[in-house]
Ligand binder design. Sequence first.
Ligand SMILES: [Fe+2]
Ligand SMILES: [Fe+2]
Length: 492
Amino acid sequence: MSIDSRTGAAPLPTGPLSRVDYSERIPNNVDLAGDRRLQRALEGWQPKFLDWWKQLGPALPTKDVYLRTAVAVGRDGWAHFDHVPMDEYRWGIFLAERDPDRKVNFGKHKGEPAWQEVPGEHRADLMRLIVVQGDTEPASVEQQRVLGNTAPSIYDLRNLFQVNVEEGRHLWAMVYLLHAYFGREGREEAEQLLKRNSGDLDAPRILGAFNEETTDWLQFFMFTYFTDRDGKYQLGTLKESAFDPLARTCEFMLKEEAHHMFVGTTGVQRILERTAELMKRHGTADVFPHGGISLDVIQKYLNFQYSVSMDLFGSEQSTNAGNYYTSGLKGRWMETRRKDDHVLLEATREMRYVEDGQIRTRTVPMLSALNLDLRDEYVADCANGVRRWNQALEDAGLTERIHLPHEGFNRKVGVYTGHRITPQGEVVDESTWQARADEWLPTAEDRAKVASLMVPEYEYGKFAGWIAPPKTGINDQPVEFDYVHLAEEGLL
Ligand SMILES: [Fe+2]
Ligand SMILES: [Fe+2]
């Protein structure tokens, strides 16, 4: 069955290696048909995935959605856009093209050919890395399950669903690796990836941020900005892996991830534009009565999402991270562009920590602090977005600004755990924290106010009052394009 027979679109071009084979039950560019055992195993997992999608994927019933599907992995024209019924989306296995000369670029195996198989000594660690990454992908779909019911526009609804189907595909990416390279244990882990569920008391997702509920669209946009961005950085380290199939998988996932970043960046920006407009028009900071989200509440949501996303990088100092690096399992962000020896045995860096109620700095071995190295890259990237958002406030003629909180604010992992740090980076005692936390983190009342604005706007080209329309549509379509056709039951 081809994608074309369902959508009525012109047949997709086929041919070169980088093309994805859509004549298969599981679209892929890894010659799945050439490995019957693996193909059968994955075809056995496929219905379980689809069951999971039906149960815990998007709750809003739709006829079809204007979605992007990968048709190739090359630089140009890898994506095909069309209206597709969502449960017929072609989730598949797409790896970036193989570079036959690829080498290990760091650690003790530096200069050796990249691995096409899993070395026995690194099997357990590699499987763990893949499972943890794989666990986050379906988790976010689960977290965002009911958001469609309150979408601010059909345009935004389409973007939500695009992010959802691609996170589903990222699960496929990890499950492929587990099935293809980790035997029976890998297949068992693939089953578990569907059995753990976000927020489930008995079988929660592995990482904390992926068990938090995504309560509303402000949080969704903060999530796609801050938490998806953590994913981007984690994938960036795995893309450097000596284990070539993992590197190639992550390289292609990063391509899809770029759209998720776009959804977050522009989503928050559009909210700020609307808020700024209402502040100017009504001469007040409290724009809730005028149908907008007040800037202080936006800041509190940002503080929350940023701090839980910072926790995803793990402890600043980590022996595991150092070992993963030395063994070649996980590189640094942009490893090959770094100007050093890529072994790091002698390298050191500064690390902040808390002592005697003060934030101090000490020098630590670089290899012990690679989680911090990655987190610093992430923080710098986050700061870019905040600059852009502040530009929107400035353009609107406002003097108010939003900020990233201090790295130690509201942290539950690493050196700041157990300390109370204000968004400005001041160490305070527990009673001060308790007295002021409501100024810094969303309260139940804040969430309720935001929730009260979350009424769906399903008319093509119309937008909820708390968010500005985007400048352009998706794939050169107009903003008012019929990106989603809702099912009759969804309209009731
Ligand atoms: Fe993902
Ligand atoms: Fe993502």
